[in-house]
Design a protein around this ligand. Sequence first.
Ligand code: SAM
Length: 387
Amino acid sequence: MTDPASERHRMAKALVDEGVLKSPWLRAAVETVSRERFLHPGVFLDEGRTWRPVTAAGVDPDEWLKIAYSVDTLTTQLDGHLTADQVGGPVAGVPTCSSTDPVTVVGMIETLDLATGHRVLEIGTGTGYSTALMCHYLGEDNVATVEVDAQVAARADAALEATGFSTWTVTGDGLLGHPYRAPYDRVIATCAVRRIPYAWIRQTRPGGVVLGTVGSWPWGTGLAKLAVGDDGTAEGSVIGRSSFMQARAQTVAPVAGDLAARTAYADSERRAQVSPLALEEWMPAFLAQLAAPGAQFVRATGGDGSPLRYLFDPEKESFAEFLADGDSWTVRQGGPVGLWDAVERALVAWQDAGAPDIDSVRLHVTPVSHRYWIGQAPSLRWEHPIT
Ligand SMILES: C[S@@+](CC[C@H](N)C(=O)[O-])C[C@H]1O[C@@H](n2cnc3c(N)ncnc32)[C@H](O)[C@@H]1O
């Protein structure tokens, strides 16, 4: 029978070999904290179009440990309520809770540069596994973790207690932070946000760090690392690509609203200088979200098999519709904001600047705005007022 401790050591070694796990204290945590205890009652394994439920009770113990210590994201909840013990076979659904893959979790914790005595706020407790890794080093009193889903929070709390970490587990909207335990030295979010909530910065000590994934598309999102200044603002960069489920309060509603009149009589029509297919790549998608915050990219196929692409911003009642014409594209735009004009300007300036990757993006957050920029180019600066 497989020994869980040797599985933990094997996973830790794999993370060291990948260059992700560097700190001795974090290696000790990975080698000690039982990931399988945070997966109760089970997980859903990705089978393409469906999810196969696997519970600890319903599978061979060796197989269960193999799953628990795979370096995969393990989905523990679908559609905001379904757990693996509630279904008898593969189901369709959207993941709403998971134990994030250890490469990402450990990489993010390393990025926090934690030191003894630090006080941490985690947003998105999920299974509680990442919380436990930090508690192992900092002590249970120095970690507070907020989870929006009451059932998920209760399961995480039970798992943390069972593994010996009686930490501050809070059920609530993490976008508000958790002022009662502030100030924090570090804030880490394991769900994505459209923009970093100012509450996180207000609750962080000067010199402290806020780490979270920004963006609202399923791809084209980046990990922002901000240092909080004495003046209550925060500045830093997007340090790499990062993909997380959206914070629930900010989940983008499917494009709704009636733009029928506008789409029938578009305000303008022209040839696109850049193919909208560029938005299917990570960095152009990130840029599009900077240039047209609030816009969603929609892909469809015409009756004749031709690709159809759209940008919609229901709040701004604006759209861009792309029609393929051989190798080129016609763009029809309507509404108060020229969505594609803004995105295309950014994409052209970015290409002119040598197409730098996402880690070239800088970010400054104040109580009233988010400013993003790349280098010195005036066309690569975006100010997002907080409304
Ligand atoms: C990817 S999981 C977290 C993974 C977790 N850190 C782990 O190691 O298991 C994301 C979690 O964020 C939670 N979440 C989503 N929106 C939230 C919000 N507004 N406040 C707090 N938690 C939120 C989800 O319910 C989900 O459990």
